[in-house]
Design a protein around this ligand. Structure first.
Ligand SMILES: Cc1cc2nc3c(=O)[nH]c(=O)nc-3n(C[C@H](O)[C@H](O)[C@H](O)COP(=O)(O)OP(=O)(O)OC[C@H]3O[C@@H](n4cnc5c(N)ncnc54)[C@H](O)[C@@H]3O)c2cc1C
Length: 355
């Protein structure tokens, strides 16, 4: 199988790289040291369509393929894996679950806010006592008339502190081992849901990882995502795509480390020459791990009807002549550099007539 990128894919990759170099790179150390969540930059990523990369135009998305999406995550991760994680969790997990399992009404209500970055999304599956063994969660949702009342604590939730909406997985039938978990979309302004303790991580510190606390949080039945009892099954499908984006994120981290090591080796002098001239250093750089995400994209995201990856495939790829939610398409050199400085001018999202 040929994994080489098309010209369109290369152009999108290049645009993201330029954005990351100009808008993110100058702040990486500051954000990392202070654990700053770069809200303004995340909003700019929304304006550029990166917070709705894989979703169709109908819902305000950029309608890109999953390959384009993993390229975006990889390029962001080369510069700052925390920003990449923010984008990946927002797209693949929160928006991905609503897009996969939500009904038309729910998608119309929430997807455009998420795809444009007006809202930030979180996705709450993990709990203090259930990580790899995700189905062992303890958060409950008890029916009360036409509402559900949610109680429990999620942890390690990306974007929890800054989210406007969170998908929450909760037990609705303790006796049903297979179909006892349901997904709810919970707007963070609802009484009874709040972010809890923020994690002090060793890396990716520009990404927000925190608890999500639910205390008698009342949610209407209209916020149930998918069928009652099918939340965990849908969550596993959501993770099909989510894991690929985390693979791309890891490739980006490795590439960022490689590029830093290569540049240092060219600049660092020892014994009267750059250390890059020494064969031992050359071997280390030459045998750096190779990329595998494109394979994962093809191999682990088969066109099953309900995965986000296959969902994105069902929509035709945008020909380069089609306007889309990028500053222009295909991006000319001038346009690429303007994308990189998007912050200093009118939102490209608003300035295009793509949708
Ligand atoms: C930065 C970050 C962001 C995250 N974002 C989110 C998010 O947005 N939403 C969300 O719901 N969750 C999120 N998570 C949680 C993540 O999904 C969990 O960390 C993951 O599922 C692992 O769970 P755990 O950390 O409890 O590890 P554990 O399940 O306790 O595992 C500990 C170790 O035991 C190993 N292990 C476990 N079971 C087995 C087994 N059967 N056989 C052999 N080894 C085993 C694991 O591989 C691991 O090495 C995030 C985590 C991190 C670190």
């Amino acid at each position: 199988m040929d994994f080489s990128l098309t010209d369109d894919q290369k152009q999108i990759k290049e645009m993201v790289r330029e954005f990351a170099e100009s808008e993110i790179k100058p702040h990486v150390m500051e954000w990392d040291e202070a654990q700053t969540f770069p809200l303004d930059t995340v909003k700019k990523l929304g304006e550029l369509g990166m917070l709705g990369a894989i979703f169709p135009e109908q819902y305000g998305g950029a309608g890109l393929s999953y390959v384009d999406y993993v390229n975006i995550i990889e390029e962001l991760a080369v510069v700052d894996s925390g920003v990449a994680l923010t984008v990946a969790a927002h797209n693949s997990l929160c928006s991905g679950h609503i897009y996969l399992a939500g009904n038309d009404e729910q998608k119309k209500q929430w997807m455009p806010k998420l795809t444009t970055g007006e809202w930030i999304g979180a996705w709450g599956l993990t709990e203090p006592a259930s990580g790899s063994d995700a189905s062992g969660l303890r958060t409950t949702a008890v029916r009360d008339g036409d509402d559900w009342v949610l109680n429990g604590t999620k942890n390690f939730i990306t974007n929890a502190t800054y989210a406007d909406i969170s998908v929450v997985l909760a037990i609705t039938d303790r006796d049903d081992k297979k179909h006892g978990i349901t997904a709810f979309a919970v707007e963070m302004e609802r009484p009874g849901i709040r972010p809890g303790k923020k994690e002090n991580k060793l890396g990716m510190r520009a990404s927000d990882t925190a608890e999500l606390v639910l205390e008698d949080c009342r949610v209407p039945s209209a916020n149930v995502l998918g069928e009652i009892g099918y939340g965990f099954i849908d969550a596993m499908k959501v993770l099909d795509g989510g894991r690929i984006s985390i693979g791309a994120l890891s490739v980006g981290i490795a590439r960022g480390a490689f590029e830093a090591a290569r540049d240092y080796a060219k600049q660092r002098q020892a014994f009267g020459r750059p250390i890059a001239d020494f064969q031992a250093i050359q071997f280390m750089l030459a045998t750096w791990p190779r990329r595998s995400t494109p394979r994962a994209c093809s191999a682990t995201a088969p066109p099953r009807s309900k995965t986000p990856a296959s969902a994105s495939r069902r929509h035709p790829r945008w020909p380069s002549s089609t306007p889309r939610r990028w500053p222009c398409a295909p991006p000319s050199a001038a346009c690429r550099s303007s994308a990189a400085t998007a912050s200093s001018r009118t939102s490209p999202r608003r300035s295009t007539t793509a949708t």
